[in-house]
Design a protein around this ligand. Structure first.
Ligand code: MOS
Length: 763
């Protein structure tokens, strides 16, 4: 029998979750105890029976230019050193060059491939030794002479290189236009024309990327910290010029990613290269310091928003023009001007994206690529319009709610944005907020913003196996980056079969298992979850066929087509057979089923999104310019919730990330050194518990029936959408000062507060 090819979801004909039993339940992560007791193995914890060698990267000390001479003689003499690799002795690899047909993440990423230096910190040598300490110590003795070339590292200096990319984000058009923006805007009685600047950001997952690589002939196994194992496997195969089937990537536990681990990073490439040359397994972990130069980052942005409105707040013209940087050697265009395309109604509209070439490491997807910086600009500008109109900012948003997708005219899927705003306003106490309050040196203010992010699924497959003991094993190469994949996929299987959670086993994070698209783009839970759901449905059908094979009754045969699994029982017509009973009798090929899903036509004809309403209360110190977020509430429309606890913790985590973007996180660039200043989390502050006040997330009830059989929508990235704008708007409400450069650090805020104070004093 040939495997059926995965089909798109068709809600009309297909079994789907109507009312959930265990899906959505507030269940503790299955791996919680493993993690807090240190039993869970991350890439850098993996052990092998063979002796492992350890590698350390030597990074370039210029941002652009050429290696003239590299001297490793002394390094090779250091104690414990086994191998030193440079571009002179590194094996030939696949060319970086063009996109792999499977996309940017699957392309070859050779290292030590030539004498050119493309960014400061780029690997120029790899030292391998019998201990990590020896490798790191010896790395300090590599001597390099460079021929530097002028490097451009900021948007202003790169003006001459500006261009329009062919596509942004997942291949979206860079520019769009509806109606006649210029005419609509110039005719509008109320206008806002503002430009927002945001600095670069670094993904800062708790676990820096690390890899352990082992070759067996021309077969490669890499234990690595990757979000999307299929892409990593293809990328490694392309880099080392071996068939994809020869590469196995394993990521059992991952300490966060936020986009940094979507592509392969130098750790896995160089570990694999050294292991091949040395004929021995090699481990390489990036240091926290190296994360600021060796993994991707989010570009700085300059975004101009123009809004034209009637005096009653009706938007008539919207333009969002976005400028960001991209590495000279690798294009990545973050889709920051796209959220407005579906968020507000207005007859005249345009969006555009432009890139400038920089000599920095590559820019990369970072949580809510597009929306996170894009909505900061857009939703701040909407607040500026509310102030100009003297209109409540919640009312202004409600007044511009579109009936259909304002650019494409497509019908929306479930869209509960107005409900998010309404529920949020009520829960937060928006109408009764005490504006203009002072508490000593602290000025209190309130802000709101909306969020939107596309809801899609990506191809995914899964296998389920009913063991003779009556347990159900679920398998796919989905990853759990800390988000709860192990738990929610078990819940999906429990929902689909009626088996109790403790009879469901999960195997994830291994390319030997059926392929998914991993964790990224808020696609993971819905895509892998749908595959698991379908595999369970397919299993029910196989078991039913098995049961009726012996039966001569045509009625039974017909009943088999509608057989279903509930409460651990297979019902065929009037008959109910306990799964445990069939499990004992059925052969393996009957007890196992594999199924997959691909995006449906509905995804093309329906404009489906997740939504958020973010509310913030801040206190700004009028003497120091310090901002504290005292209270924050997010209300989310993420379709059917798969697990109330993991959803809430993802949502709150993203909101905290948004507070970081609003107040703390900035990858400051040293123009002299042509690189990022930050070398540690002391120089690049991500919010810690002490930065976070009273924070909560609420999910509205209700499934999105069109896109996948679970009724879920993406939850991972909508969390951060609109947060930074809500905080910035609250700062303005507190102080009367609008900071248009983020993060709104004390120095920026104080400068602006003093300028405004001087202005009003001289009036
Ligand atoms: Mo996400 S930026 O797709 O990890």
């Amino acid at each position: 029998m040939t495997e059926d090819l995965p089909q798109p979801y068709d809600r009309a004909t297909e079994t789907h979750v109507e009312t959930s039993r265990i899906l959505g339940a507030d269940l503790v992560r299955r791996d919680a105890a493993l993690k807090v007791t240190g039993v869970a193995h991350y890439a850098d914890d993996c052990r092998l029976p063979e002796a492992i060698a350890f590698a350390h990267i030597v990074g370039a000390e210029i941002a652009r230019g050429e290696i003239e001479e590299i001297d490793i003689a002394e390094t090779e003499r250091q104690p414990g050193v086994l191998l030193v690799l440079t571009h002179r002795n590194a094996p030939r690899q696949g060319e970086f060059g063009a996109f792999h047909m499977l996309g940017r993440l699957a392309r070859a990423r050779p290292e030590l491939a030539g004498s050119d230096v493309r960014y400061r910190g780029e690997p120029v040598a790899l030292v391998v030794a019998d201990s990590p300490e020896a490798a790191r110590e010896a790395a300090g003795t590599v001597r390099v002479r460079y021929r530097p070339a002028p490097a451009i590292v900021d948007l202003d200096a790169a003006e001459a290189s500006e261009y329009r990319p062919e596509g942004v984000g997942p291949g979206l058009p860079p520019d769009t236009a509806v109606g006649d923006f210029e005419a609509g805007y110039s005719a509008a009685p109320v206008k806002i024309d503002v430009t927002y600047e945001t600095g670069p950001q670094h993904h800062s997952p708790m676990e820096p990327p690390a890899a352990l690589a082992q070759w067996d002939g021309d077969r490669l196994t890499v234990w690595a910290s990757q979000q999307n194992l299929g892409a990593a496997r293809t990328a490694l195969a392309a880099t080392f010029d071996v068939p994809v089937e020869n590469v196995r990537v394993i990521s059992e536990f991952i300490g966060g990613g936020f986009g940094a681990k979507l592509p392969i990073n130098p750790d896995s490439v160089l570990a694999a290269m050294a292991a091949r040359v040395l004929g021995r397994p090699v481990r390489l972990a990036l240091t926290r310091r190296q994360m600021f130069t060796l993994t991707g980052h989010r570009s700085a942005f300059r975004q101009r928003i123009r809004l034209g409105a009637e005096r009653d707040g009706t938007l008539t013209a919207i333009a969002h023009d976005s400028l960001s940087g991209t590495a000279r050697f690798e294009e990545y265009a973050e889709q920051s001007a796209t959220p407005v395309r579906a968020l507000y109604a207005a007859p005249h509209r345009r969006t555009s994206h432009r890139l400038r070439l920089l000599d920095l490491q590559h820019t990369e997807s970072m949580r809510a690529p597009g929306e996170a910086p894009g909505l900061l600009a857009l939703e701040s500008a909407i607040d500026e319009l509310a102030v100009a109109l003297g209109m409540d900012p919640v009312e202004l948003r409600l007044a511009n709610e579109p009936d259909t997708d304002p650019e494409t005219g497509k019908p929306f899927g479930t869209r509960r944005l107005t409900e998010c705003l309404g529920v949020g306003a009520a829960q937060f106490g928006w109408a009764t907020r005490d504006r203009g309050r002072r508490e000593g040196e602290w000025q209190i203010g309130y802000g709101v913003a909306a969020g939107i992010r596309p809801n899609k699924i990506a191809p995914a497959s899964a296998r389920v196996v009913l063991t003779p003991e009556g347990r159900l094993d679920v398998e796919c190469d989905m990853t759990d980056v800390g988000t709860g994949s192990y738990t929610i996929l078990a819940q999906v299987a429990a929902e689909a079969t009626g088996l109790p959670m403790d009879l469901i086993g999960l195997r994830l994070g291994d390319t030997d298992l059926p392929k998914t698209t991993g964790s990224g783009g808020s696609l993971g839970a819905g895509s892998a979850g749908s595959a698991v759901f379908r595999a369970c449905t397919a299993l029910a059908r196989k078991l039913a066929d098995f049961e009726v094979t012996a039966s001569a009754s045509p009625l039974q045969w017909m009943a088999a087509a509608t057989a279903g699994l509930t409460d651990g029982t297979l019902s065929i017509g009037n008959a109910a057979v306990p799964l445990a009973d069939i499990a004992r009798r059925a052969p393996l090929d009957v007890r196992s089923a594999e199924a997959g899903i691909i995006p449906s036509g509905a995804a093309k004809t329906i404009s489906s999104h997740s939504y958020a309403a973010q509310f913030a209360e801040v206190a700004v110190n009028r003497l120091t310019g310090e901002t504290r977020v005292q209270r924050m509430l997010g209300v989310f429309d993420i379709g059917r919730v798969l697990n109330a606890r993991t959803a809430r913790s993802q949502l709150i985590g993203g909101m905290i990330g948004g507070i970081g973007a609003a107040l703390h996180e900035e990858g400051i660039i040293d123009r002299q050194q042509a690189t990022f200043v930050a070398q540690s989390l002391a120089d690049y502050h991500v919010p810690v518990s002490a930065d976070i006040g009273d924070i909560d997330a609420i999910c509205l009830d209700g499934a999105e029936p069109e896109i996948n059989p679970l009724g879920s929508k993406g939850a991972g990235e909508i969390s951060i959408c609109g947060v930074a704008a809500a905080v910035g708007n609250a700062i303005c409400d507190a102080t009367g000062v609008r900071v248009r450069t983020f993060p709104a650090t004390p120095d920026r805020l104080l400068t602006e507060m003093q300028r405004v104070a001087k202005q009003s004093a001289s009036r």
